[in-house]
Design a protein around this ligand. Structure first.
Ligand code: IVH
Length: 683
């Protein structure tokens, strides 16, 4: 085969494959964004896109602007250019009450006397910003904001980054020119994540999902927009070369068929009664929707009727927005309290003059952290706007500075935990202040005990979350040491606990007492001290007394522990500075928790009790084999997988097979777990 022909057929094959991949990706986008029913896992979808990228990188001449790989990539602009809407983007009339809705219906009935009943479509009024997206020959060519209704801004490069906006329609029966109109919005969750990240970086947050969506779409750099969790939902159309249906409902269904997402809540309802039912129904579900809605939109379904009803210069006469109560209201901050979360985070909470927000009375709203209080400059006595949406905790979004009374007082972080009295510290550079009473503070109790018992900490088998919940709620356990005082009788009396499982748990508690220093440190749940840091601390410090003495952050840093910078040093020192915590540790050690040779892990490798010994592990043991291996390695041993003459010991659990036989035939000593402990006691 000649080179030329080879290259040509390679090119043809690549083009075919690229076309096939694009069609597949479009289909899966449709399943995901329109039907909300993906056929393949995300990883598989990502694989298709990755394959297409590789193919396009190898054959740049095959890249098309509507390829799903081409969503981001346009250069930043200095300003948006203007787009004139060929069909104006008018607004909606509002119905604030049931009376207003009845009036609207009455006008429709009067104008369409022989329709009985009037059929309407109902759908949520999404709270985002209106955008018009233009397709020519099935390909996205332009996207524009509403602007003043006749002229908007060209946001094509940004709209292309929104994954639910198709770059190319699916099927082949779409009109040559099709302008779809809908809302670009953000889900509650997307909004929360975005603000959380901004708070983390110490940046300004958005007041609500609508502002976040508008701010994100109107970015001059499309890469910024691409990183924002925007979505698109179509509710109508503008210019269209041939209308594919005679009713609002059927038109929207056709658009969906071409890959354009429409509301999952779109319904056809009959007459005023149907509208009322739909409004009530959606109102009940408002808080459980993923996105903010500020009302319900009703539209006369028949397009011919819409045409005969016409429009004013502001809004169509055939549609109305029946509004829900607002999700933002004004009220006064009467005081600021501090709440302690299960991880010890001390959160400022505004105590408010009670106010109705979205149909619910709100008396408290979160201020997130002290940085936010400062950034928003919230003071006691201020008039603030409060937002409550979905099941998200109400929050203070901003202050009306012009209403600040002269005696408004600044908010101060308390020096002691309002729950347990331990010191509150705010490590340098951290936004969140924390209670240092980790082992002792009632607010952190369940979390502390759950962590203490977890597999990588003390590994108390059978002590799950539900059980911790019960033990703490019944007052049987207040701190980790209480676990070791539990009796089988106490346990057997609990929900879903038989005598057998009670006995098992007692045995597991007993087993957990033999641990390593590193695990014990990790189990204390000191903020910022994960397994790796715990191991590093166990290497550096000779034991608990040594650790407890390094109570100032500087002392920690002097010891130069790997992975411990100023923030973690402050947390560790803060933890050990609390007498409550030191006492709780004392009670744990008193309960019999121990690790081989109190200072064993701090010994140089060659001085460790099992230094120079080679172990092989086999059979079923009390813990996973890899954990036992780590433990042996911490004690200085080498752990290998096969028996040889160099093996010093075989650690054999139950049902040991061929390795046991081989060890025996080579005369290599075999130990069970008990034997290993005996060996460690007498090194
Ligand atoms: S229809 C000619 N339907 O509300 C009809 N608008 O207050 C024009 N909106 O600018 C709009 N959800 O941004 C329509 N299901 C929906 C909507 C909706 C949200 C927004 C849209 C519009 C504004 C009017």
């Amino acid at each position: 085969m000649g080179e030329g022909r080879g290259a040509l057929s390679d090119h043809d094959a690549a083009r075919e494959r690229a076309g096939h991949l694009r069609a597949l990706i479009r289909h899966h986008n449709y399943r995901y964004y329109v039907l909300d029913d993906p056929e393949i896992p995300d990883a598989e979808y990502d694989r298709l896109v990755a394959e297409l990228r590789v193919l396009e990188a190898r054959h740049p001449e095959l890249v098309t602007p509507d390829s799903p790989t081409q969503r981001v990539g346009a250069a930043p602009v200095a300003a948006f250019s203007q787009v004139r809407h060929r069909v104006p983007m008018i607004s909606l009339d509002n119905a604030m009450s049931d009376h207003d809705l009845a009036e609207f219906h009455r006008r429709i009935v009067a104008a369409l006397p022989n329709r009985d009943p009037i059929v309407y479509t109902g759908e949520p009024k999404l709270d985002g910003l209106a955008v018009s997206v233009r397709y020519e020959a099935g390909v996205l060519v332009q996207a524009a904001t509403r602007g003043d209704g006749s002229t908007g801004e060209d946001v094509t490069s940004n709209a292309r980054t929104i994954h639910s906006v198709p770059l190319h329609l699916i099927g082949d029966d779409w009109p040559a020119v099709l302008e779809v109109r809908g809302e670009v919005y953000m889900t509650q969750r997307g909004f929360e994540h975005l603000n959380e990240a901004a708070r983390h970086r110490g940046e300004r947050t958005f007041a609500n999902p609508r502002n976040a969506a508008a701010g994100s779409l109107r970015q001059l750099d499309p890469r910024v927009t691409a990183a924002r969790p925007l979505r698109f939902c179509c509710y109508g159309w503008g210019e269209i070369s041939t209308a594919p249906g005679d009713s609002q409902y059927r038109m929207l269904r056709r658009l969906a068929g071409w890959g354009i997402p429409i509301s999952k809540e779109l319904r056809r309802v009959n007459g005023l009664a149907g509208c009322r039912d739909y409004f009530e129904e959606l109102g009940r579900r408002r808080d459980s929707l993923e996105y903010d809605i500020d009302g319900v939109v009703f539209k006369v379904d028949q397009i011919a009727d819409q045409a005969s009803l016409g429009a004013t210069s502001h809004h169509p006469r055939w549609a109305i927005a029946r509004k829900f109560p607002a999700q933002e209201e004004l009220t006064v901050v009467e005081s600021v309290g501090f709440q302690v979360g299960r991880t010890g985070a001390v959160t400022p909470v505004a105590r408010l003059k009670p106010v109705q927000v979205g149909g619910v009375t709100v008396a408290n709203a979160t201020l997130h952290n002290m940085d936010e209080v400062k950034r928003k400059d919230v003071r006691i006595g201020d008039t603030v706007s409060i937002r409550r949406a979905g099941d998200v905790i109400p929050e203070v979004v901003g202050v009306l500075l012009e209403r600040r009374p002269p005696d408004a007082r600044p908010v101060e972080l308390p020096s002691h935990c309002p729950v347990c009295g331990s010191d509150v510290i705010r490590p340098p550079g951290e936004a969140v202040a924390r209670c240092t009473g980790g082992l002792y503070c009632p607010a952190q109790r369940k979390q502390a005990i759950r962590h203490f018992a977890s597999r990588r900490a003390m590994d108390i088998e059978g002590l799950g979350d539900k059980l911790v919940e019960q033990l703490v709620d019944l007052g049987l356990v207040r701190e980790p040491a209480d676990l070791y005082r539990l009796t089988a009788e106490q346990l057997a009396g609990l929900e879903r606990m038989g005598e057998k499982s009670a006995a098992n748990l007692i045995a597991a508690l007993e087993r957990s007492k033999s641990t390593t220093f590193a695990r014990f440190i990790y189990a204390l749940g000191i903020r910022g001290v994960g397994e790796t840091t715990a191991r590093a601390l166990a290497e550096e410090f000779a034991g608990i007394p040594d650790l407890e003495q390094a109570r100032e952050p500087e002392r920690f840093q002097e010891r130069g522990v790997e992975g411990v910078g100023p923030v973690i040093a402050a947390q560790i020192a803060g933890f050990f500075a609390q007498a409550h915590n030191r006492e709780a540790i004392g009670r744990l050690l008193g309960a019999g928790i121990q690790w081989p040779g109190p200072s064993a892990p701090t010994l140089a490798r060659e001085d460790r009790p099992l230094a120079g010994k080679t172990f092989v592990i086999t059979g079923i043991l009390s813990r996973p084999r890899e954990e036992i291996a780590t433990w042996l390695q911490e004690l200085g041993a080498r752990v290998t997988s096969g028996i040889s003459k160099k093996t010093d010991y075989l650690l054999a659990g139950e049902a040991a097979g061929s390795k046991l036989e081989k060890a025996q035939s080579l005369g290599i000593p075999t130990l069970d777990e008990k034997g290993l402990r005996t060996l460690l006691d007498r090194p």
